[in-house]
Write a protein that binds this ligand. Sequence first.
Ligand SMILES: *Cc1c(COP(=O)(O)O)cnc(C)c1O
Length: 428
Amino acid sequence: MTKTYGFDTLQVHAGAEPDPATGARQVPIYQTTAYVFRDADHAAALFNLQEVGYIYSRLTNPTVGALQNRIAALEGGAGAVCCSSGHAAQIMALFPLMAPGRNIVASTRLYGGTVQQFSNTIRKFGWSATFVDFDDLDAVAAAIDDNTRAIFCESIANPGGYITDLDAVAKIADAAGLPLIVDNTSATPYLCRPIEHGATLVVHSTTKYLTGNGTVTGGAVVDSGTFDWSASGKFPSLSDPEPAYHGLKFHEALGPMAFTFYGIAIGLRDLGMTMNPQGAHYTLMGIETLSLRMDRHVANAQKVAAWLEADPRVEAVTYAGLPSSPYHERVARICPKGAGALFTVALKGGYDACVKLVNGLELFSHVANLGDTRSLIIHSASTTHRQLSPEARAKAGAADNVVRLSIGIENADDLIADLDQALAKATA
Ligand SMILES: *Cc1c(COP(=O)(O)O)cnc(C)c1O
């Protein structure tokens, strides 16, 4: 599909056409494990990657394929690989680049689960991460060494309120000949298009806004198709002969689709973190209304954040959409359609007031999730971060008096009224 269509058109049509077998207008859920080969030559061509087609659903499936093409179109990328979760997508993004002894330079402002994955789990593969404050550009550049293979950050960072200066970080990655990987989960391609700011790869937890209503977990890795994987000799998986495919050199043979094909032909084949066709169906449904939902999420977040900031029971609100935010200037440049719908609120009443607020709310659900149509709240200090010391919690942006809000698409006045009555109980 041509890229001249607007975002609202692409989110409905990209990657999908009426089913060639039946004419079905909606993308069918191809609930099948395997695909019949036309004949032995056809099978051989597919296994040699000489022809693109379907072999086995651990690698490719038409429903998942439609979603991959739609997400690639929305991000302005050359191709995408869908996976079973956002965390799977992160491993799938790093896998072609890394080897034992290699490292990544990552922002300190990341989703908590990602900090965990990068601090501990990836060490079992012999990989490591160096965490740096991405507002300190000299520190980012200084953290890069000969074994660094990628720079990793989030566009609008969880738990909200922080926006990465993607253009500045991309410049550092370019100068070092390294790919910049941007987790665009909290922003979505509607609010932020990291490839236009110099990102090489974009990763998503499609569990969140892309699906939009809290039904399925999923992830995606989008490749811009613009990185020269053969230039430095640092990315042999993509530049050197691959024994499993008769010495095929992915970058030389497949050009801008090299990373995506490697992700499917080696990554999904051997790691098996595959998205299932039911999951892809729910996410395709969700994406059809992405721009409509995100406009409402942002408008509601703006209204709720402004109300909270003016309330005397509140100490501080971190929303970058507020003029008081130190990151407000970056909104117009990095995410011009809005600063997302995720932010934290610090209460004057401390830990106890947060617990009472969470208990007193009626519309907001107390859950460890974000990016749902429903408004969500979590008090990290008494849940996800409860095993940490108060000092460590404060450092992680989860101080005892802080709650994180994920603002949904309900009526904003109803959300404010709910917060008002629960704050009254919390501070009584
Ligand atoms: C949720 C989330 C992830 C992890 O995604 P899962 O689908 O839960 O595996 C990664 N990054 C961000 C920013 C997230 O919000």
